[in-house]
Design a binder for this molecule. Structure first.
Ligand code: HEM
Length: 293
């Protein structure tokens, strides 16, 4: 099976597009590097770019399961492993570039990782990704059986560690780190909701979860400023309401959550017309419908 075909060897457009999408940031980076377009400190810039893409692909892989339920799009599962492996690949490249930045002095790299907390946290997150990546082959999935699901739940812990690593290395403006942490929190909230049997196909439930995600984002931001800076948390909280100055992270997370609710509403309307959940056609669909029930 190639990254652009399904198990039967047929061309799979969704897999092919996802595969191409995972390659784009790496190819662009290589191109900018070759063109000397990465600024005065190309290695530092490349470390940041690869870190950003590692965490973005990790968030996308976490988004697959809730999106599959909300959009009633079972085939989305076919790209989850690819997105996870993309996160692992960019994280490994991120480490490699860091080692290069340290002039390949492995002793220094090891001591830096041991002594600087944000690097230790990044390292643990990377180890977790390696464990997940190495147990993602078909043979390992079969061998581990039910334990595979249990093991792969650590992906939420890995995402939380990666978000903390992102926050801690940010010197001044934690805007993007807060958005990433907030979206990760929203995805965890979807997971919890499913665990407690709240239907992710219900737009009303999704609106409630979007608000919960926004509150979690504001809380993460307050916690960070409260712990890491001297800025009074009341000022940070008040900034959320000055929309003319800047649209703060909690509003972006709310917007993403509400967009998911609208998508859920559209899909449930489409499903009503057919007398069954939309998007659940064919054999895969019937299987997925049973899994989603
Ligand atoms: C051994 C493991 C790791 C090491 C040594 C490491 C090292 C670094 C370094 C040196 C920076 C830049 C700090 C600075 O410029 O002051 C950074 C930033 C970052 N890292 Fe890591 N990292 C590791 C693992 C990870 C993992 C597993 C992820 C995500 C899954 C990640 C995501 C990020 C992100 C998002 C940034 C910020 C990028 C930005 O500011 O645009 N890192 N990391």
């Amino acid at each position: 099976m190639t990254p652009w075909t399904d198990r039967a060897g047929r061309f799979a457009p969704l897999k092919a597009a996802t595969f191409a999408g995972t390659l784009v940031p790496g190819l662009l980076l290589a191109w900018w590097w070759a063109q000397d377009a990465l600024g005065p400190r190309p290695l530092t810039e490349a470390i940041h770019e690869t870190g950003d893409w590692a965490i973005r692909f990790l968030a996308m892989s976490l988004a697959v399961t809730p999106l599959r339920r909300i959009a009633q799009w079972p085939k989305l599962i076919n790209v989850r492993r690819m997105l996870g492996l993309a996160a692992l690949s960019y994280a490994l490249l991120h480490l490699l570039l860091y080692v290069a930045d340290q002039k390949w002095e492995l002793g220094k790299v090891a001591s830096e990782i041991a002594l600087r907390l944000y690097l230790t946290i990044g390292f643990v997150a990377l180890l977790g990704l390696v464990v997940l990546g190495s147990t993602s082959t078909d043979a390992m999935i079969r061998r581990l059986g039910k334990n595979w699901n249990r093991l792969h739940r650590i992906v939420y812990g890995i995402a939380a560690l990666a978000a903390v690593h992102f926050f801690m290395q940010t010197k001044a403006d934690v805007f993007e780190a807060t958005i990433v942490a907030g979206l990760t929190a929203l995805l965890m909230i979807y997971r919890l909701a499913h665990r407690f049997s709240l239907p992710l196909s219900s737009p009303a439930v999704l609106v409630g979860l979007a608000v919960a995600g926004a509150v979690a984002t504001a809380a993460a931001e307050l916690l960070w400023y409260g712990l890491a800076t001297g800025i009074p948390v009341s000022r940070v909280f008040a900034a959320n309401w000055h929309l003319a100055l800047q649209i703060r992270p909690m509003w972006w997370v709310l917007a993403v959550g509400l967009a998911a609710a609208v998508l859920g509403w559209i899909r449930s309307r489409a499903g009503e017309g057919k007398g069954r959940p939309a998007g659940l056609e064919g054999k895969t669909g019937r299987k997925a419908a049973r899994a989603m029930a």
